[in-house]
Write a new protein. Structure first.
Length: 118
């Protein structure tokens, strides 16, 4: 099995920054992608960003391009989400997830709350 644990959420004012972390433990895979998703109250979970753990390729939702940066530390089995210029609409529970090659995102963390006040 795989365990994913997010941390770093909190309350921040609009325009501020937060850095989320996701620690992975358990089973390892030769090729996989780590992603960040978020779910705001009353809304469906949405994709935020993802990174290939093998070659570092990154992908971003249009809503966060230029403000959020995903990064990885393979040696520490960590993925990070640096969030800058935060907006109230970024308020959500943020989840990290793992997608194996040829599979969907089938491992999820418990989530961490991010609240951006106006």
């Amino acid at each position: 099995q795989v365990q994913l644990v997010e941390s770093g959420g909190g309350l921040v004012q609009a325009g501020g920054s937060l850095r989320l972390s996701c620690a992975r433990s358990g089973r390892t895979f030769s090729s996989y992608v780590m992603g960040w998703f978020r779910q705001a109250p009353g809304k469906e979970r949405e994709f935020v960003t993802a990174i290939s753990m093998s070659d570092g390729s990154t992908y971003y939702a249009d809503s966060v391009k230029g403000r959020f940066t995903i990064s990885r530390d393979n040696a520490k089995n960590m993925v990070y989400l640096q969030m800058n210029s935060l907006k109230p609409e970024d308020t959500a529970i943020y989840y990290c997830a793992l997608r194996r090659s040829g599979k969907g995102y089938d491992y999820w963390g418990q989530g961490t709350q991010v609240t951006v006040s106006s």
